[in-house]
Design a protein around this ligand. Structure first.
Ligand code: TNX
Length: 534
């Protein structure tokens, strides 16, 4: 009690120092625990929310129950306990004993089938908060919702005094799209396994379920391939600006996959071909039409390199690389790039894609390509990733829409909306601007279902936010560009179109600011968003 009062006085002093308005009168210190976060104040917006009844309050006797829990449900419970213990200071033991109190994670059971592979239901009342789902991924996404319903301080690493309440009611939630991705370009600048893991944790908070790794480009080859070792050891030895670069060993890559999978993200590896291949061409002279290896490249031009389409060695290389990559990738997709092949003739491009797509299929995978693939012959089941922008010509858009009508599924990454490497405005110190400035509202305010005229709504497989790294070389850079735009793309991928509303969204987004502060995420405090005063 005394400590609490002392803390309150300290807060008063701190608040006064910051000039914060609306400080409650001293007598209100105990009664005035902040109101619990309303159930609909989360990102992505849940599909349905019914607020009613009493809040649940976490305490030092709260248990996390996984009734009869499978190994995976128990693992999600352990993850949740790991999230909540540091800041609350509570023990939060995980138990498989059934019971009607505490935090309950329930797999299967009545009414969960309709929630699909990733959906969940969260019910909160005075005695318990229950998350039910048909599959463990749903429990995990429900846990992310629960986390956002607690005060931002829950993200802190050391114990805080707080009222850890979750508002009463029910959320029933499942995603609009199956593919909700984020891409990290680890080629232009290399990012370590630890840096990638940190980003994965951030993606998981917003229910992103695909991590697309751009593993090769002109400036660096970032994945060890046993049959062509110089790709990584030489082709990975530098980066934009001439730094030392780096690459993932197979164990590194498997560790990224394991870490992502534990957060219900699938890794989608990309080997960009036939352009964007200088690092490979520099590593092996026989891959070049003239038999001569070019020097490594550390600039930022695009479109100058091409694999040698007529040569047999090219397909030995492609087969070996895709075989090894497929063998260490449990996910269904291999991304084969295919963008900006400006040094490959159109005929060669088509020949190349006709030969390479069956290799992907031979190793049991589904090909994803940048949307230029629709100018060749997309294989049955192939997925095209659209990265056009408002200046993309009608013919190019039509080509993509035609392919979509013929069964090619689309991942939408419009560069003037979803590219996290575009500057927010003219003052942004990092990033590019070839697709214009992409402010926070602009990145959020579009509808994937009707974005590409003449592409059927059901051809849209999902959305993805790419982060190209020509100008980005640190974790702080990644976070400054991704936050606050990434949650908007995540919401477009998850939430029903009926919830889409900028004025509502920007308030929910503002509430994430203190959470990012608590997590040490250095975000851009865009003037478009009504952030609470720091
Ligand atoms: C275009 S998007 C590229 C990348 C660049 C990016 C920079 C795409 C498929 N190709 O090579 O890094 O612009 O914004």
């Amino acid at each position: 009690m005394r400590r609490r009062r002392l803390l309150f006085s300290l807060l008063l002093v701190a608040a006064a120092g910051l000039g914060t308005a609306a400080v409650p009168p001293p007598g209100a210190a105990h009664a005035a625990a902040p109101a619990a976060t309303p159930l609909d104040r989360v990102i992505p917006a849940p599909a349905s929310v019914h607020s009613t009844g009493d809040a649940y309050t976490l305490g030092d006797r709260t248990r996390i129950r996984v009734p009869g829990g499978s190994g995976e449900a128990r693992r999600v419970a352990g993850y949740l306990a790991g999230l909540l213990r540091p800041a609350t200071g509570f023990g939060l033991p995980v138990t498989t004993k059934d019971g009607r109190d505490g935090i309950v994670l329930r797999l299967g059971g009545s009414g969960t089938k309709g929630l699909g592979a990733e959906g969940y239901r969260l019910t909160s009342g005075a005695r318990a908060v229950t998350i039910s789902a048909a599959r463990p991924a749903g429990l995990f996404h429900g846990v992310q919702t629960l986390r956002q319903l607690l005060p931002a301080d829950v993200e802190r690493e050391s114990a805080r005094r707080g009222t850890w309440r979750i508002a009463g009611g029910t959320i029933a939630d499942s995603p609009r799209y199956a593919y909700r991705g984020a891409m990290l370009d680890v080629s232009r600048h290399f990012f370590t396994v630890a840096q990638v893991k940190r980003y994965i944790d951030q993606l998981a908070m917003y229910k992103i379920n695909k991590l697309h790794l751009h593993l090769s480009d002109d400036q660096g080859w970032r994945i060890a391939i046993t049959s062509w070792p110089r790709l990584a050891t030489y082709g990975g030895s530098t980066q934009v600006g001439g730094g030392p670069g780096g690459y993932y060993t197979k164990d590194d890559y498997r560790e990224i996959i394991r870490y992502a999978a534990a957060r219900y993200l699938t890794v989608v590896p990309e080997i960009d071909m036939p352009g964007h291949t200088n690092a490979a061409l520099a590593s092996y002279a026989p891959l070049n039409c003239n038999g001569q290896a070019p020097p490594l490249y550390t600039g930022t031009q695009v479109g100058f390199s091409s694999l040698c389409v007529p040569k047999k060695e090219t397909y030995d290389f492609v087969d070996d690389v895709l075989r090894e990559l497929a063998a260490m990738t449990p996910g269904r997709y291999l991304h084969i790039g295919g963008d900006e092949a400006h040094s490959t003739s159109h005929a060669d491009y088509v020949t190349f894609m006709d030969k390479v797509q069956p290799v992907v299929a031979k190793y049991g995978k589904t090909a994803i390509g940048w949307h230029q693939l629709t100018g060749a012959h997309p294989a049955k089941g192939a997925v095209a990733q659209y990265w056009g922008y408002d200046k993309t010509g009608a013919a190019e858009r039509r080509q993509v829409a035609d392919a979509a009508r013929n069964g090619t599924r689309l991942i939408l990454s419009p560069a003037d909306r979803a590219y996290l490497d575009m500057k927010y405005d003219k003052n942004t110190p990092l990033g590019l601007a070839w697709a214009g400035y992409v402010g926070v509202q602009r990145s959020y305010d579009w509808d994937p279902g009707s974005y590409l005229k003449d592409a059927p709504a059901d051809s849209v497989f999902g959305v993805e936010a790419p982060l190209w790294s020509e100008t980005l070389s640190t974790t702080a850079h990644i976070e400054y560009m991704a936050f606050p735009r990434l949650p908007g793309i995540a919401e477009l991928g998850w939430s029903p179109a009926s919830t889409h509303d900028w004025d509502d969204y920007k308030v929910r987004l503002a509430a994430q600011g203190p959470r990012w502060d608590a997590l040490g995420i250095g975000y851009y405090r865009s003037p478009e968003v009504p952030w609470p005063a720091k």
